[in-house]
Ligand binder design. Sequence first.
Ligand code: GLP
Length: 241
Amino acid sequence: MKLIRTENYTEMSLEAGKIIVDKIRTNPSLTLGLATGSSPKGVYDYLIQDHEENETTYKQVKSVNLDEYIGLSTEDPNSYHYFMNQTLFKHLDINDNQTHIPNGAASDLEQECLRYEQLIKELGGIDLQLLGIGQNGHIGFNEPGTPFTSTTHIVTLAQNTREANSRFFNSLEEVPTHAITMGIASILKSKEILLLVSGERKAEALYKFVNGEISEEFPASALKYHSNVTVIADRDALKYI
Ligand code: GLP
C-alpha cells in the first residue's frame, strides 16, 4: 500500500485528479470506478477543469459507480444518479450510455444486483476504482460484518451511516434505509484502487485502516489483500499517523 500525505482537501483532490487524468491519457477507453460523497467531489472538480483547459476526452471512457440508495428515483436530488450527473457527467464529453450506476428503483432488486455484477464483467473489470471511507470503515455501502466474498448486493444501512449522510437530506427520516452496493469482492477485483481520506472526522477510521487487523468488522481492511492501493490523505485525517 502506498500512502500519499497531503496538506489539505484541495491538495488531496489534485493528487488524485492528476493520477486519474494520467491514466485516461494513457488508456482513453479506461473503465473508471466512481464514488459519491464529499471525498471525491474535489477530484471531480479537477477532472472538469482539466477537461475544459486541456481537452482530456472521455468519449471512450466507461464508468461504474459503487452504489445507490434504494427507493429514490434517478431524478431525486439525493440519488447518486443525480449527484453524478450534476457534479461530473454533465460537464464532461462522456457518453450517457457508458456511465453505469446501480438502479435503486428497479422492480426486481435481486436481479439488478446480478445484472450489475455481470455488467462489470462485460466491461472487462474496473481499471481504476476511486473510494472514500465511512467513519465505521465502510467502503461503498459495505457495512461492518459484510463478507469479503460479497458481490453486488442489497444492504441495510447502519444507523451511523444514515446519520452521517443525513447532512444531505432534510431530516434523518428521509435517508433511505437500504442501498445497492458493489460488494467487497467486486471492489477487490479492480486493477487499481485510490482511497481518499480527508478531515478529522475520518482520522480514527484511517488510523484503524493503517494499524488495525484485517477483519470483516472493518470493511476497508479488505483492501490490504489488494496489491495496488494508493491512499491519498490530508493532514487532518492523518492526525494519529
Ligand atoms: C457514503 C458512500 C461511500 C462514501 C462514504 C464516505 O455513505 N456510500 O461510497 O465513500 O459514505 O462519504 P464522504 O466522502 O461523504 O465522507
